[in-house]
Design a protein around this ligand. Structure first.
Ligand code: T1G
Length: 701
């Protein structure tokens, strides 16, 4: 027996326990161990039935993703599942934690399934650019029905045990002592001589869909918008359709072929990279697990603007009491009013109960008295993006806040060290850069100052996890990781329209690449005045010898701040968010180009894509070599969760590696020749390209 799978007997029940921490992934050893244990139970006359259970915190959470792309090692999962379903003695799956992917497929091959109430089951393969490849698309529709199976498989979202019971996936929800409940259930099966219930032979639930083939086209239509550009969701539908139109064995073959198609696609590589990248980002070499972290019991947010309100909602959503501090009652009332409206909208959509809304609003209080900071474990400043204002606030907080409290700034560009110098405790100062809308966007950029203590980082990271954020640690520089890379990306977009492209042409290229929206529509959504204020703040230090586009500034001087003024790079009809090309803007662009001596020409889509993407990547390479980002994959996580970079492309640095750095360098060098200094290739890009390596080889700093 492998040491990853144990077999013991409890009465007449053989208990098979999988022990492959941390998540009992179905590695080769586990697969072999399962087969060996099944054989042992089958051969033992004293065993009437068997139970498969997970050791540790969870049932099997899927195939071992780290084995993907490597030569397959026998036994394969199909033969393990055939061994389970083909057992002459009943096999019961006992579920706690998460039975996911191949883990749920193991359950579905069992004759019966029991679970504790907190248990969850799901088929999340689509989130890895794959589909359930071991019978999940053939067995789930047979036990839960086609529509329920489509929802579960195409969304990849898990369902809790009580719901899974309603759906027919789980046969019984047992008490907290899972092993006892499962063994008792198995003993009842033996005593009552219950049949070996094989899901693969069930047909009644798929028969219904056979009479209504339109269900698949309707489902395809329903996901067109959110699954735009993705391959796997549509392959999932095809596979479930095979469960309806083909006999089980044929359906399995079809599933296999579709699975291999997804596995071979660049998309699954991008999405698997993203899976590991977001977990890797939490590993800070000099802030190891176990670094003392304070538990945040109470928070204060300074500023009730759009960001302040959104930040406060994160705390309330996590059950942490938070006070929002403002300077004037009307400003405070307006800010809390927006928070209430946001919650009401979520209740309206049925995604939050009124009771939950009331509970969360109950955790948010407002105050005009900075004295409330005294009680706070963390204070997040979200005031005007101006250094003098920030320093005044931090100097005041320094006098009030208790010792050990975390003093955080939501600045999106300003120097954290300069802010920290306004206090006597720079070790407690950190950047917590939320993305708008702060209660929705999952990314949190934690910015480490020169004196930020490890405990402050550990405390902020733990908080990020509690409020459901994906966090990345960035070093302190102008714009940190995300916005620093965004600047050259937006620069190139503006230069391209000066040279002859149109805003809608550039946006279409970026949208078709997979971004949620292009640079111009994005700026109109965020508000052009935000960037304008920052550019004005830097005007004095801007290098006059480098090309600069004045179009954005001119638009702002005309009060065109984007959607909020119904005019920006586009114009917007009243009440509409649909961007409309505006001849006035095209005229302004042409005028600025003429003023700047920029020759206008036909600009091709490929040039647009490369100049925008490689501007990101080249700056990303600088950020990596300066140590502002610890890993290239941290940059990818930042762009996937903060800037709408398409997940199936893995992120800008991963995408560049897929294209090949030799090609990227050649393009960048070409732009350098034509467009000058801003395009000087980053030394790291040059070195890795010459060594035939990728950013993945740049290693953690
Ligand atoms: N394979 C390998 N490693 C895995 C893994 C897996 N399936 N799941 C997690 N890990 C690692 C993870 O990288 C991390 O490592 C550690 O375990 C803890 O994870 C045939 C083809 C289960 C909900 O997609 O969703 O089955 O960083 O930090 O927050 O049809 O992990 O510590 O070195 O995420 O408590 C389908 C993926 C696979 C589930 C736990 N299964 N995992 O979350 O811990 S494809 C999945 C998760 C498949 C079959 C197909 C989550 C979790 P490290 P963690 P967590």
């Amino acid at each position: 027996m492998s040491d990853l799978v144990a077999f013991d007997k409890q009465g007449s029940i053989g208990v098979i326990t999988v022990n492959n921490p941390p998540v009992n992934a179905l590695s080769q050893g586990v697969r072999q161990g399962l087969l060996d244990a099944l054989a042992r139970g089958a051969a033992d006359p004293g065993v009437g039935a068997m139970v498969i259970i997970g050791g540790g915190r969870t049932f099997i959470a899927g195939a071992d993703i780290r084995e993907f792309g490597k030569p397959p090692q026998p036994p394969d999962l199909h033969s393990v599942l055939a061994g389970i379903e083909g057992s002459s003695k009943p096999v019961v799956a006992a579920i706690h934690g998460t039975a996911l992917g191949g883990g749920l497929e193991v359950c579905l091959a069992c004759h019966y399934r029991v679970a504790v109430a907190a248990g969850q089951v799901g088929l999340p393969e689509v989130k890895l650019g794959l589909l359930p490849g071991a019978g999940g698309t053939q067995r789930l529709p047979r036990v839960a029905g086609v529509e329920a199976a489509l929802k579960m498989i195409v969304s990849g979202d898990p369902v809790r045990a009580p719901r899974a019971k309603e759906m027919g996936i789980v046969d019984e929800v047992v008490g907290d002592d899972l092993r006892a409940g499962a063994v008792a259930f198995a003993e009842r099966l033996v005593a009552e001589r219950r049949p070996l219930r094989k899901i693969s032979v069930l047909d009644d639930k798929v028969a219904a869909a056979r009479a209504n083939p339109g269900v698949f086209d309707a489902f395809r239509k329903s996901i067109e918008r959110e699954a735009r550009g993705y391959l796997a969701p549509f392959k999932c539908i095809e596979a479930v359709q095979a469960a309806v139109t083909l006999p089980f064995a044929e359906g399995l073959k079809k599933e296999r072929a579709l699975f291999q198609e997804c596995m071979a696609s660049p998309q699954s590589k991008g999405q698997i990279h993203a899976f590991f990248a977001e977990r890797e980002a939490t590993k800070i070499p000099d802030v190891p697990p176990g670094t003392p972290a304070m538990k945040i019991e109470r928070a204060v947010v300074i500023g009730a603007g759009t960001m302040g309100g959104g930040i406060a909602m994160n705390f309330a959503n996590a059950g942490i009491p938070v006070t929002v501090v403002e300077v004037a009652q009307d400003v405070l009332d307006r800010g809390l009013g927006v928070v209430r409206k946001n919650y009401a909208a979520t209740v309206e959509k049925g995604r939050l109960s009124q009771a939950d809304m009331d509970k969360r609003m109950g955790l948010i209080t407002g105050s005009l008295d900075r004295g409330v900071v005294r009680e706070a474990d963390i204070v997040i400043e979200a005031v005007f993006e101006e250094m003098a204002v920030k320093k005044e606030v931090f100097a005041a907080l320094d006098k009030i806040a208790k010792s050990g409290a975390v003093l955080a700034s939501n600045t999106s560009t300003l120097d954290i060290d300069e802010i920290a110098r306004a206090t006597s405790r720079p070790q407690s100062v950190i950047g917590t850069h939320f993305f708008s809308p702060a209660n929705v966007m999952r990314l949190l950029e934690l910015v480490r100052g020169a004196k930020t203590a490890k405990e402050t980082i550990a405390t902020s990271a733990e908080l990020a996890r509690r409020i459901g954020k994906v966090w990345v640690l960035a070093g302190n520089c102008d714009g940190f990781i995300g916005n620093r890379m965004l600047a050259p990306y937006l620069r190139e977009a503006e230069f391209l329209v000066e040279e002859g492209a149109t805003p809608q042409q550039v946006d279409k290229v970026i949208y078709d690449f997979g971004f949620a929206m292009g640079p111009f529509a994005m700026q109109d959504l965020a508000g052009l005045d935000v960037g304008w204020r920052i550019r004005k703040g830097k005007a004095a230090t801007r290098r006059k010898d480098l090309r600069y586009s004045h179009v954005g500034d001119r638009l702002c001087e005309q009060g065109r701040f984007g959607q909020k003024t119904s005019a920006g790079w586009y114009r917007y009809d009243a009440g509409s968010r649909a961007p409309k090309p505006d001849p006035e803007v095209e005229a302004l662009i042409a005028a600025c180009a003429k003023e700047g001596g920029v020759e206008r020409r036909q600009v091709g889509d490929e040039e647009i894509l490369k100049r925008c993407l490689w501007a990101l990547v080249n700056e990303g390479a600088r950020i990596l070599e300066e140590g502002i980002a610890l890993r290239a994959s941290d940059i990818d996580v930042t762009y996937l969760y903060g800037y709408g970079f398409p997940r199936y492309r893995g992120g800008p640095m991963f995408y560049a590696d897929q294209v090949g750095l030799k090609q990227v360098l050649a393009d960048v060098a070409g732009f350098h020749t034509r467009h000058g200094e801003p395009w000087a290739p980053a030394p790291l890009l040059e070195r890795l390209a010459k060594e035939g390596k990728g950013f993945r080889d740049a290693g953690a700093r």
